[in-house]
Design a protein around this ligand. Structure first.
Ligand SMILES: Nc1ncnc2c1ncn2[C@@H]1O[C@H](COP(=O)(O)OP(=O)(O)OP(=O)(O)O)[C@@H](O)[C@H]1O
Ligand SMILES: [Mg+2]
Ligand SMILES: [Zn+2]
Length: 308
């Protein structure tokens, strides 16, 4: 008895798996041509409206486009571009796919940066938009190298202390480090020291938030930034104790800390005590000096000139 299968093979001389392949190729060609005609506007769009998925950081949402309305006018949301070349339909990826991917990544980085506690103003500060001069280059180099090698620092607990006069760009460099570290996939927290102290104090009168709810996340993150540790001229014993507790918490967990300060070791030793400064020296090694002009004055001057 001969089967239908054998019959086909016998009648055409082509084995069945090749026929299937041929049919498949023909079907792909048909689809390509249909899409080409759709993109050329030569056939009506019979799609019943379509949904486009947008990524926004870790969230994603769908938007509905009625028939004839497109998110990408180039590919009509087909993600590919169909063109005719020498009678064949050539397919290439639409740039909108890569653009969407990059936008999603940017958005996701922005959301992660927001979660670090970094203020909007400093979320735009990067190594690239830091104006490098002869005087501040050593600090820029040190900060950039620190960020680049963060994977090793995360393991060793190696920390960084940026010291310099007001307006020299310490917070700018700290923000740039946070950005890079977050981009590498680490978790960071950026806190302005005196604001953190008030937040902790506020928990004593609050029934909603406890002190450990404020402090625990600062222990968990891969990098903690204590910005402007020398903001006050005098710290109370309670404040001194809390700052020491934070430094010691990171020290014992062998996790990196990034500190910015206007004042040098002597001042910190006098105000925060020997135990705090010894730990900082052990974790940070030499302090990095941020020299140069007072950028805040320069920006204010520019703004005044623009007003006229
Ligand atoms: N080299 C630079 N290039 C571009 N912008 C800079 C530079 N240095 C500082 N700035 C900008 O000037 C402003 C002040 O800098 P920043 O706040 O980082 O100073 P700071 O050293 O932290 O001062 P403070 O000790 O008062 O906190 C910011 O807007 C910052 O982005
Ligand atoms: Mg600052
Ligand atoms: Zn497209």
């Amino acid at each position: 008895m001969t089967s239908a299968l054998t019959n086909t093979t016998a009648s055409t001389g082509v084995p069945p798996w090749e026929i299937e392949e041929e049919e498949l190729a023909a079907r792909v060609e048909r689809i390509k041509r249909e899409r080409l005609m759709l993109q050329r506007g030569e056939t009506p769009d019979t799609r019943p409206g379509h949904h486009v998925r947008f990524e926004a950081g870790s969230d994603s949402y769908w938007r509905f486009y009625p028939p004839g309305r497109y998110y990408c006018r180039r590919c009509l949301d087909l993600d590919k571009i169909y063109q005719e070349q020498d009678g064949a339909v050539v397919v290439s990826p639409c740039p909108c796919v890569e653009k969407r991917r990059q936008e999603a990544m940017k958005k996701s980085l922005e959301n992660k940066l927001k979660a670090t506690g970094l203020r909007k103003k400093f979320r735009s500060r990067t190594f690239e938009n830091f104006n490098v001069t002869e005087l501040n280059r050593p600090a820029w180099d040190a900060a950039k190298t620190y960020a680049k090698n963060f994977a090793a620092h995360r393991k060793s607990g190696r920390s960084l202390f940026l010291v310099g006069d007001t307006g020299r760009g310490k917070t700018h460099l700290a923000a740039a480090i946070v950005r890079e570290v977050v981009r590498q996939g680490y978790r960071a927290s950026f806190v302005v020291t005196i604001e953190l102290l008030s937040d902790i104090r506020a928990t004593y009168q609050s029934e909603r938030k406890t002190e450990s709810q404020v402090i625990q996340p600062l222990k968990d993150v891969d990098l903690l930034v204590l910005d402007d540790i020398s903001a006050l001229d005098q710290y109370s014993d309670w404040e001194k104790g809390k700052i020491y507790e934070l430094i010691n918490m990171r020290y014992e967990a062998e996790k990196p800390i990034l500190v910015t300060s206007n004042k040098m070791v002597g001042w910190i030793k006098d105000r925060l005590g020997k135990k705090a400064v010894d730990r900082l020296l052990e974790m940070c090694g030499d302090f990095v000096h941020v020299n140069g002009e007072n950028y805040r004055e320069r920006l204010a001057h520019q703004a005044r000139c623009e007003d006229y």
